[in-house]
Design a protein around this ligand. Structure first.
Ligand code: PMP
Length: 361
């Protein structure tokens, strides 16, 4: 009998299940299940990572100064108001640790990122799920769900797994309508895929209740290196800095991220190519009777006629060595999320879904 009990809420956490990366006995597996960058990281980033890994006997930087400067230069932000984390996931968790505890409420929407309830439960706060409107975050519903207990509102913009996104007017209305003492967290994991979007920086500069998180895992192709960052009001960043582990980022990860951030041409190339392939994929799927919402990210949410069809298609594609993400656990039982791949991958996935539609099993 284990008499050592965890904090309340922790046993309510459903384990996060990540995308599969292999199929037993199969080579040439195409992984389109985790929204990774099919073109990979910038060559500069790979070189920097290898170089930095030669000095592993040294501890890494504790203040991440050089990376924060690079982020500040590229996005025209004050480096003093930037914090770096072990993936943006670490920062999203730290925000809950700092601001939400027992008796507090953490809001997010029905198809929100699967980790948001975990951040709430891990810190003893109450997760509150708010309805969306046609798979889009509903600002009015969020504002009317707020109470005096609301401490954090998480939204991803663009959202995962829907790919939909709110415009500036809606984000402003949300930030301005929140109760006093509540923090709006704009999770910008996919922000770089949207041309000209500042991911909330202008909103943050004009207020004290908004923070944005960003990641190197998606457009920068560095998911395996685990690096994210956040930009927010100085007061909030100062709080998070106190919680952060002193060596939460490895030296190779820091070096790779800095080089990736400065390789603006590579990022831009990936954004343009993603948009092109995303459009092709959505169009090709609609031609075989599978609609999707307009996505602003590096994946699309394919809607099947039924839960049975979506599951059967997912199983068939797995048997063909193509890994997609069935998103029934996001409250979308008839949907499969497909990461946008390179041209050959997009063609392969559409061909396989076409075969499934023709009755292949
Ligand atoms: N937010 C969203 C919406 C995501 O989809 C992800 C990754 N799937 C993350 C945050 C966390 O990403 P990371 O920890 O790799 O930065």
């Amino acid at each position: 009998m284990n008499t050592i009990k965890p904090q309340p809420g922790i046993m309510d956490i459903a384990l996060y299940v990540g995308g599969k990366s292999s199929v037993d006995g199969m080579e040439n597996v195409l992984k389109l299940s985790s929204n990774e960058n099919p073109w990979g990281a910038s060559e500069d980033a790979k070189e920097a990572l290898v170089r930095a890994s030669l000095s592993m006997h040294r501890y890494p930087s504790t203040d991440h100064g050089s990376l924060r400067d690079a982020i500040g230069d590229v996005w025209s932000l004050d480096p003093a108001r930037i914090i770096c984390g072990n993936g943006s996931g670490e920062l999203l968790m730290m925000i809950a640790q700092a601001y939400a505890g027992k008796g507090d409420e953490v809001l997010f929407t029905e198809h929100g990122f699967a980790m948001y309830p975990i951040y709430a439960n891990a810190n003893g706060a109450e997760p509150v799920i708010v309805a969306e409107r046609d798979r889009v975050v509903d600002v009015d519903a969020l504002l009317s769900a707020c109470t005096k207990k609301t401490k954090i509102v998480y939204i991803a913009n663009p959202a995962n797994p829907t790919g939909t996104m709110l415009g500036e007017a809606d984000l402003t209305r949300l930030a301005d309508g929140l109760p006093k003492g509540a923090l709006l967290v704009l999770d910008g994991a996919y922000a770089e895929f949207v041309e000209g979007y500042d991911a909330g920086a202008s909103l943050i500069d004009a207020r004290d209740n908004v923070i944005m998180t960003r990641t190197f895992s998606k457009i920068y192709g560095l998911g395996g290196a685990r690096i994210g960052w956040a930009y927010g009001p100085q007061q909030v960043i100062d709080v998070l800095m106190r919680l952060r582990g002193p060596f939460n980022l490895s030296a190779p990860a820091l070096a790779a991220a800095e080089a990736a951030m400065r390789d603006v041409a590579h990022t831009e190339k990936c954004r343009i190519e993603n948009a092109k392939q995303r459009e092709w994929l959505a169009h090709a799927l609609s031609e075989i009777g599978i609609p999707s919402d307009t996505s602003e990210a590096n994946f699309i949410l394919a809607r099947f006629a039924s839960e049975e069809e979506a599951k059967a298609c997912n199983d068939y594609l797995t048997s063909q060595g193509i890994l997609l993400r069935y998103v029934g656990n996001y409250g979308l039982p008839n949907c499969i999320r497909i990461t946008v791949g390179d041209e050959a991958s997009c063609r392969r996935v559409v061909h396989a879904i076409g075969q499934f539609k023709k009755g292949a099993k």
